[in-house]
Design a protein around this ligand. Structure first.
Ligand code: DX5
Ligand code: ZN
Length: 217
């Protein structure tokens, strides 16, 4: 059975009582914490930054998977490492010198990921693919939780998995946006092995149980 990584997105957590939701994830079957960083420029929303991530890191007992939805992400690589990031994902659309940025993330001691917006063709990653630990396929337009899954993402996942089979078989393919109990199996069957879920987890009556459901293969 192949290992599936589930990362609940704290964007849908209770910010007034973050510690409670962090502890829920600690005792659940979830694998990583997914932290969505938005700058109000790359995406039309602002979320949270270094001080909040540092506090999350103080209580979290699982890796921090930091998804940067910001312009010029190369400006803050060491700061994210210091805040506690274990995996750092930048957007393809936000990086002019993506190859250099990926090397810098790895040199800082983090796993390096690249995310694609729904309109960005996966073939654009062909030359950088061997360098990557993870590709994050956005299955909604980034900026907000609670949107519906864009079905075309399944075709992108399949295409990317067949590309990575040739040049990077250990690549983690993560899918983020509109993932729920009705579509997660299709997403995994298409070739993904990591899921992000925000509203599906925190909007559930029993979030810990929903994590268990999404981990079932
Ligand atoms: C959206 C973020 C997602 C978001 C997912 O821009 O990248 O991580 O929290 O939320 P759901 O699972 O509700 O679509
Ligand atoms: Zn995200």
């Amino acid at each position: 059975m192949k290992k599936i990584i589930l990362a609940p997105s704290l964007l849908s957590a209770d910010f007034g009582n973050l510690q409670k939701d962090i502890e829920m994830i600690n005792r659940s079957e979830a694998d990583w914490f997914h932290l969505d960083i938005m700058d109000g420029v790359f995406v039309p929303n602002i979320s949270f930054g270094f001080p909040v991530v540092k506090y999350i890191n103080r209580y979290a007992k699982k890796p921090l998977d930091v998804h940067l939805m910001i312009v010029q992400p190369e400006r803050y690589i060491d700061e994210w490492k210091n805040a506690g990031a274990d995996i750092l994902t930048v957007h393809y659309e936000a990086c002019t010198h993506l190859h250099r940025t990926i090397q810098e993330i790895k040199a800082a001691g983090m796993k390096a990921g690249v995310s694609l917006n729904p309109h960005t063709n996966v073939e654009l990653l062909e030359d950088i693919l061997p360098e990557l630990d993870m590709v994050l396929i956005m299955s909604v337009n980034p900026g907000f939780g609670g949107q519906s899954f864009i079905k075309q993402s399944l075709t992108k996942i399949k295409k990317l998995r067949s590309m990575s089979d040739k040049t990077n078989p250990n690549l983690i393919i993560q899918v983020d946006g509109g993932v729920d109990k009705n579509n997660y199996k299709d997403i995994l069957n298409a070739g993904a092995n990591a899921l992000v879920a925000g509203s599906a987890v925190f909007g559930a009556e029993d979030p810990e149980d929903m994590i268990k459901v999404l981990k079932k293969t």
